[in-house]
Design a protein. Structure first.
Ligand code: COA
Length: 259
């Protein structure tokens, strides 16, 4: 890969799994302007790449996934700059959520504030046993500004989202799983568990994965059922559909081409 970043590490393995690591371990991987700029370009690259089939995001070191927006930078802003920063954070995390390949957060420690919002913009979250998640912005006299007030209620319901946002308390991995904030707790490493999950996803038809993501992202919209039917019908024109059904009838494993 030709791209190189100072605050991110990108690694793509031979099966097309990209691991994107936020790499500021001495600052608990806090999201400063440079991280956001680099993340924006990295996501453009990932979206356009034919090689990348799934994305796992994580944080460097074993203490933090991402401990939030960089508080040092937040401290110096005026109100209009703060609004711009919020809109940029929302846009970049939306770009992450809108990817049509599986996107998994391997939450390997603190996922606070913007870090929790980063994880929530992923399609699936896997937490390490030492993970702590939360939106502590109110303790700074702020509110979440990178989509957290919109995504948390979708995951955990409005009442729990209000409780967590208004107290700013951190939840441990066990509770996060219980309330639906994370999907799974890793027995050993969150990254290894994420790789395992991705492996089982990548055995499926790639075009089916894409259309499933697109359809689920329409849930709650008035046009959701209609989109589902269109996306379902579209797959009938693919080689993957023919291969998947033939393989079942011929009692063999399918070999998908993504066409
Ligand atoms: N922004 C900027 N720097 C941060 C940061 C953040 N969100 N989170 C941690 N850091 C920095 C610390 O300032 C410290 O830097 P220093 O060594 O130059 O002083 C370094 O990362 C290590 O953090 P430290 O607080 O010493 O580690 P800890 O193990 O005692 O505590 C946390 C870890 C995550 C509990 C604590 O750092 C924390 O509360 N961070 C802020 C969380 C937050 O409010 N996030 C929401 C922001 S919107």
């Amino acid at each position: 890969m030709s791209l190189s970043f100072e605050t991110l590490l990108l690694d793509v393995d031979e099966s097309g799994v990209c691991v994107l690591t936020v790499n500021r371990p001495d600052k608990m991987n806090a999201l400063n302007n440079q991280v956001f700029e680099e993340l924006d370009s990295a996501l453009d690259h990932i979206r356009e790449s034919k090689e990348i089939k799934a994305l796992i995001v994580t944080g460097a070191g074993d203490k933090a996934f991402v401990a939030g927006a960089d508080i040092k930078e937040l401290n110096t802003l005026g109100d209009s700059e703060a609004k711009k920063k919020s809109l940029r954070g929302q846009r970049v995390f939306q770009k992450l959520e809108d990817l049509t390949i599986p996107v998994i957060a391997a939450v390997n420690g603190y996922a606070l504030g913007g870090g929790c919002e980063f994880a929530m913009a992923c399609h699936v979250r896997i937490a390490s046993e030492n993970a702590l998640l939360g939106l502590p912005e109110v303790s700074l006299g702020l509110i979440p500004g990178y989509g957290g007030t919109q995504r948390l209620p979708k995951l955990v319901g409005e009442a729990k989202a209000l409780e967590l946002t208004l107290t700013g308390r951190f939840v441990k991995a066990e509770e996060a799983k219980e309330i639906g904030l994370v999907n799974q707790i890793a027995e050993e490493s969150a990254l290894e568990s994420a790789k395992e999950m991705v492996k089982s996803m990548l055995k499926q038809g790639p075009l089916a994965l894409k259309n499933a993501i697109l359809a689920i992202k329409e849930s709650g919209n008035e046009s959701g059922y209609n989109s589902e039917a269109n996306l379902f019908g579209e797959l009938y024109n693919t080689d993957d559909f023919k291969e998947g059904t033939s393989a079942f009838l011929e009692k063999r494993k399918p070999s998908f081409t993504g066409k």
